[in-house]
Ligand binder design. Structure first.
Ligand SMILES: [Zn+2]
Length: 342
């Protein structure tokens, strides 16, 4: 029996020598050390030996089993090292190759337009005032002179949260109330930029989320002439010095009087083209004198104070400036579009 053991250990060691990959090694392990492996069987055979042979056999068979287990571990380790060395050779880094230059990032076209707008208004003394995207129904509608059931609310359907009265803002105008309440009784010159949300069909002309920039000036003796001067100056700075601007009477619940602002079409210089629908004019923003109710809701006495407000869409301005035909490109994350704005 002992001779058989010696033969077994010799055979096993030779077989292990020639097991040179993971698969061969794992086959070796199961054929010698597995549940039905030869070494395991040899240990089990102890029980069937005559009593006097058991001590010597037992000692030797356990020694052998441990030897084979150690040999297996050593071989597994050696194979692993070998694979690592090989990987280093195969994946060697050729340091003489030219590097891959990291591609510089760039600003999103909407951000670029926003910053251009900030710069222009900063020179006119307006500071940026940011307020939250998630607003209360009160600030988004009611305090802006749109009580519940006001028909204008239909134009600005939005996304409602599960908390009653908490919504995603449909315009940056709630910031007007916040700014007035913060600065009262000081005069105010702020622009309110940020993302707005509306529940709308997504088309080439309308998105469910978009940036808006509003402006608000409040003080004593502010008149419609100040409003017109500010807007004409802005239009000429962003679209070019010779631009014509006209004001068309309109209606918004939060301003009185209200106007739409048109500029002569930058594509056809007012001659008429597809973009301006052959009118020669492009609508660029809405504006008006702050409604007395809104001034009051902000804490300013409309008998003593007056103000003007305006609002525009930076994406629409970018579309006009760069001839972008579809507003969906802005949030479509298509690099072919984004990379055009260096
Ligand atoms: Zn035109």
């Amino acid at each position: 029996m002992l001779e058989q053991l010696e033969r077994l250990v010799q055979e096993a060691q030779e077989a292990l020598q020639s097991a040179n990959d993971d698969q061969a090694l794992s086959e070796w392990r199961s054929s010698y050390l597995g549940r039905k492996g030869k070494a395991t069987e040899a240990v089990k055979a102890l029980g069937s030996l005559p009593r006097e042979e058991r001590p010597a056999y037992g000692r030797r068979v356990n020694e052998i089993k441990r030897t084979l287990e150690d040999a297996y571990e050593a071989k597994a380790e050696a194979l692993k090292k070998q694979a690592q060395v090989q990987a280093l050779v195969v994946d060697q880094v050729d340091v003489s190759l030219p590097g891959r230059p990291p591609r510089p990032g760039r600003l999103h076209p909407a951000t670029r337009t926003l910053r251009e707008i900030y710069d222009i208004f900063a020179e006119m003394g307006f500071q940026v005032y940011r307020s939250r995207d998630v607003e209360t129904d009160d600030l988004n509608f009611t305090l802006l002179n749109m009580p519940p059931h006001h028909p204008a609310r239909d134009m600005w359907d939005t996304f409602y949260t599960v908390t009653p009265g908490v919504i995603l803002r449909t315009h940056t105008s709630p910031g007007q109330i916040r700014a007035m309440r913060q600065y009262y009784p000081e005069p105010i010159r702020v622009i309110l930029p940020g993302m707005c949300y509306r529940y709308e069909q997504i088309t080439a002309r309308s998105e469910i989320m978009f940036n808006q920039v509003e402006g608000l000036a409040v003080g004593k003796d502010i008149t419609m002439a100040d409003l017109k001067g500010t807007i004409v100056d802005f239009a000429r700075r962003i679209f070019g010095a010779g631009r014509e601007v006209r004001f068309r009477a309109s209606h918004f619940p939060f301003t009185e009087p209200s106007a739409e602002v048109d500029m002569d079409c930058i594509l056809c210089d007012g001659a008429g083209c597809r973009v301006c629908k052959y009118t020669g004019w492009l609508e660029i923003m809405g504006c008006g004198m702050v409604h007395p109710v809104v001034l009051e809701n902000g804490g300013y006495d409309p008998e003593q104070y007056s103000g003007f407000a305006f609002g525009m869409g930076p994406e629409r301005i970018a579309m006009l400036k760069h001839g972008i035909e579809d507003i969906r490109y802005f949030w479509g994350n298509d690099l072919r579009f984004l990379e055009q704005f260096g």
